[in-house]
Design a protein around this ligand. Structure first.
Ligand code: PHE
Length: 337
């Protein structure tokens, strides 16, 4: 048996695979369940006790040598076939060149503020059904937002749409039935709008939902006021204007004092001193009911803002299309942001 092991050792040492397949063949021949090594281990059972130690060591050495040969030669093939790139894709992200997109920077900053208040990030699908985007949110069947003008339909009956807002994620969280709820839903949304400096058919939102016992409009105001102070700076004023959304009652839009001119009046605020940044309101009892939450026991507030709008205010960008063109001259300005 000793000679046999020596002979195989010489054999394998001389082996040089010329392809990945040949190497795999080699592995099967020696190391598979029915391979040479298994055979040798079976033979080993018959070895005389005084020889066992030596034979055992030799056999293990042979096995390890074969494994080493395979590992070593495998590397050759990997670097050869993947040699098209000299990037090390396993390096940690920090070591790579590049920077975050301004929309990601702003989204992360907003998320962080709400996370500190106890909100958790929730996500949902971009391709949605009518129920989650409209019906569960109290949109009447003939509401104009469902119209072909606004919504991208994937299929009609059953209605499959690209979500027009991330309120659909709120519905999905409410459906899970775990209360209280305190979530923010950042994500990409789609509306069939003509592309211009102020509008795009793809944009991003962050929506928030808070449902618990005794949640009031005062809680909503305080939460959003805190967000504005954190994000736009201490002393930024807020004002709420009555508005309408099918899923909130009372509904409001919130303006902040223009962060460019400080309220004096400029082009950005159209000389009013105020800029609108979000829609919000107290959850309509109907949407709680649609998700089996008892509106007698629970109340909630919701809000939603466009990330592009916040980023435009923060960085004084006046054309929304910039965010989607991926022009490096634009993106490079955020390298250190
Ligand atoms: N979903 C609304 C929109 O897309 C924003 C909003 C969210 C308004 C929550 C009120 C409450 O315009």
């Amino acid at each position: 048996m000793k000679d046999k092991i020596e002979q195989i050792l010489n054999e394998v040492k001389a082996f040089k695979a010329d392809s990945k397949e040949a190497l795999e063949q080699f592995r099967i021949q020696y190391l598979s369940k029915k391979g040479t090594i298994t055979e040798l281990f079976t033979e080993f059972k018959q070895v005389a006790p005084e020889m066992r130690k030596e034979m055992g060591m030799k056999l293990n050495e042979l096995k390890n040598t074969i494994q080493d040969i395979i590992d070593e030669q495998q590397k050759n093939f990997e670097t050869k076939s993947e040699g098209k790139t000299d990037l090390d894709l396993s390096l940690p992200v920090d070591a790579m060149n590049g920077s975050r997109h301004p929309l990601s920077i702003v989204r992360n900053e907003i998320n962080d503020i709400f996370k500190r208040l106890g909100f958790v990030v929730a996500e949902g699908p971009e391709v949605e059904d009518d129920f989650h985007v409209f019906s569960a949110l109290n949109f009447p069947p003939d509401h104009p937002a469902r119209d072909m003008q606004d919504t991208f339909f994937v299929t009609k009956s059953p209605d499959v749409v690209l979500r027009t807002h991330t309120s659909s994620v709120q519905v999905r969280v409410m459906e899970q039935g775990k209360l209280p709820i305190r979530i923010i839903a950042p994500g990409r949304v789609f509306r069939n709008e003509a592309i211009s400096a102020r509008a795009h058919c793809i944009f991003h939102q962050i929506e928030g939902l808070y449902i618990d016992k005794n949640v009031s409009f005062a809680d909503l105001k305080q939460t959003l006021y805190h967000f504005v102070q954190e994000y736009f700076g201490e002393g930024t004023k807020v004002r709420f204007r009555p508005s309408y959304f099918p899923f909130t009652e009372t509904s409001a839009e919130m303006d902040i004092s223009c962060n460019i001119c400080g309220g004096e009046g400029c082009n950005i605020c159209k000389h009013t001193g105020w800029v609108e940044i979000l829609g919000c309101g107290i959850c309509d009892p109907n949407i709680l009911k649609a998700c089996n939450i008892d509106p007698e026991e629970y109340t909630g507030f919701a809000f939603g803002m466009g990330i592009e709008r916040i980023a435009m205010l923060k960085y004084q960008i006046n054309d929304l299309r910039m965010f989607f063109e991926n022009d490096l001259r634009f993106l490079k300005q955020f390298e250190n942001a």
